[in-house]
Design a binder for this molecule. Structure first.
Ligand SMILES: [Zn+2]
Length: 239
């Protein structure tokens, strides 16, 4: 099992946000827990403007699995803006040898544009299951059929759907899952921790999946040690 962390776990720690500092903070956990995957959570468009250091690029390139999350705090309707951002994302993916770029389905304005960038940057673009309020499962199913792209199964986002629907959806779409985002819903919000809580119904579906597992939760700076507890806990659960 390939387990790793999203930089988003700790992205509130540095103000302004600094992916170089985030990677330096996370690296000791990689050797201690033999983690092999990392997802760069680029939540804002400005995240692309800070170049990664040579050391951090080298660190990312030796991992088994690296992915990049496309900024999700914006909805882009302007082709020029998405072109610029996709170009930056494509260059970053090449630089760090990322396996794929994740773009939320509601942010993909045109499948032709996606196709163009996949070819130009030899880039693999994938999408992610969303909260039903943002992208209902029936619509997501149509989107996957039309786009022929793979998707990330986010255990938190999926928890907002009825359990029977998720079970059925996984039976028919399991072959399209390329990565799992591990997190839980707490107080009606996704990206909470599992540790010290009950596992979710969505968690029970992922043990059969042979794809990289990325912890994508939110930690507070003063409780950074909770991230270690969570890694320990999930490593035991996923054995
Ligand atoms: Zn996610």
């Amino acid at each position: 099992m390939i387990l790793g962390l999203a930089s988003g776990n700790v992205y509130t720690f540095f103000e302004p946000k600094d992916h170089n500092k985030i990677l330096e903070l996370l690296q000791p956990l990689y050797s201690k827990y033999h983690l092999q995957a990392l997802e760069l959570t680029y939540s804002d468009v400005n995240d692309f403007d800070l170049p990664l250091t040579t050391e951090n690029i080298a660190f990312l390139r030796q991992l088994k699995h690296v992915s990049v999350h496309f900024p999700f705090k914006i909805i882009i309707h302007n082709n020029e803006q998405i072109n610029t951002l996709l170009k930056k994302a494509g260059q970053l993916c090449q630089q760090i040898n990322a396996q794929f770029l994740i773009i939320h389905p509601e942010q993909i304005p045109s499948l032709d544009l996606i196709q163009k960038f996949q070819e130009k940057y030899h880039l693999n673009i994938v999408t992610e299951i969303e909260n039903p309020k943002i992208f209902p499962l029936s619509e997501f199913d149509r989107f996957l059929k039309k786009s022929q792209i793979k998707f990330v199964f986010d255990t938190g986002h999926a928890e907002f759907h009825p359990p029977a629907e998720i079970k059925k959806f996984l039976e028919t779409h399991q072959h399209l899952i390329c990565e799992v985002h591990l997190n839980k819903v707490k107080n009606k919000k996704a990206h909470a921790q599992f540790f010290n809580q009950q596992l979710s119904f969505t968690f029970n579906h992922i043990n059969i999946l042979n794809v990289p597992m990325i912890i994508e939760e939110l930690f507070e700076k003063e409780n950074f040690s909770q991230l270690e507890s969570e890694i320990n806990f999930l490593q035991t659960q996923l054995e």
